[in-house]
Design a protein around this ligand. Structure first.
Ligand SMILES: NC(=O)c1ccc[n+]([C@@H]2O[C@H](COP(=O)([O-])OP(=O)(O)OC[C@H]3O[C@@H](n4cnc5c(N)ncnc54)[C@H](O)[C@@H]3O)[C@@H](O)[C@H]2O)c1
Length: 254
């Protein structure tokens, strides 16, 4: 049997980049998926519906830094699918950022990164967790990054925001444990996603050095993350909470 049969998942930023693969993987394991993104998810909905049935997926445009939009997303998800079992906080300002010196970040851009990456994750939890608390079960998976472990330079607001997600995960797990809700992070290393590959500066700066710094000396792709994502979403990880699993081919060992 598929490992997520009967489960309902929300994937933020689930229409493009790595999130697109998360949406596909959860659906392939039997979950019904609400894709929430500022980007249009209609083509992905058609693809998943074609493979797993019309009732397996829906999408909504939603900016995770906008609390009103999130309230609407959560209400529509519950109305359409009846419950929420899995939240993947994946939406982030990432692939559109150009690496630069710490002095060169416009404070407004700094605020935007924090508003989406940190506040957005909080707002999602603020409106999804009460539904999980009522049913005394749930899986919250916050997508962090290997970058705060390594102290990756020239991406300061981004790395800082992902460090916050690690702390957010640990502290939140302590509050939600009593309701049977698991809160974990998945921290990917540098992944060659379709959106990431469009940021040519980043690819040029990162690809070869990151590959060489890994125990497994190869590039990483979204597919490398899917086993861990499904594990954290499934009953196989039921006694794990407050943790961050780094999936980076052994790069932070260096
Ligand atoms: N690609 C990597 O190497 C890498 C490494 C470590 C962690 N990550 C993390 O993985 C996640 C996905 O990465 P990616 O490479 O696909 O990044 P990306 O920038 O390509 O994708 C982010 C997704 O979030 C959406 N999004 C952006 N702002 C949003 C908003 N305000 N509201 C809702 N959706 C919004 C985008 O449309 C996109 O679908 C991010 O959290 C990123 O920080 C990526």
């Amino acid at each position: 049997m598929a490992r997520l049969e009967g489960k309902i998942a929300i994937v933020t930023g689930g229409a493009k980049g790595i999130g697109r693969h998360y949406s596909q993987a959860l659906a392939a394991e039997g979950a019904r998926v609400m894709i929430a993104d500022i980007a249009d998810g209609k083509d992905l909905v058609a693809e998943i519906a074609g493979r797993h049935g019309a009732d397996s997926v829906a999408s909504m445009k939603c900016d995770v830094s906008d609390e009103k939009a999130i309230k609407n997303l959560v209400a529509q998800t519950v109305e359409r699918f009846g419950q929420i079992d899995i939240l993947v906080n994946n939406a982030a300002v990432y692939s559109t950022l150009t690496p630069r010196s710490f002095l060169e970040w416009d404070p407004d851009l700094w605020d935007k990164v924090m508003a989406v990456n940190v506040r957005g994750s909080y707002l999602m939890v603020r409106h999804v967790a009460p539904h999980m608390m009522e049913r005394r079960s749930g899986k919250i998976i916050n997508i962090a990054s290997g970058s705060p472990y390594k102290g990756v330079p020239r991406m300061l607001p981004y790395v800082t925001s992902k460090g916050a997600i690690l702390a957010f995960t640990r502290a939140l797990s302590r509050e939600l444990g009593q309701y049977g809700i698991a809160v974990n992070s998945l921290s990917p290393g540098y992944i060659l996603s379709d959106t990431g590959l469009q940021n040519t500066q980043h690819v040029e700066d990162e690809r070869v050095p990151v590959r060489n710094a890994r125990a497994f000396k190869r590039d990483a792709y979204p597919e490398d993350l899917l086993g861990t994502l499904v594990f954290l979403a499934s009953n196989d990880s039921d006694f794990i909470t407050g943790q961050s699993i780094v999936v980076d081919g052994g790069a932070i060992n260096n």
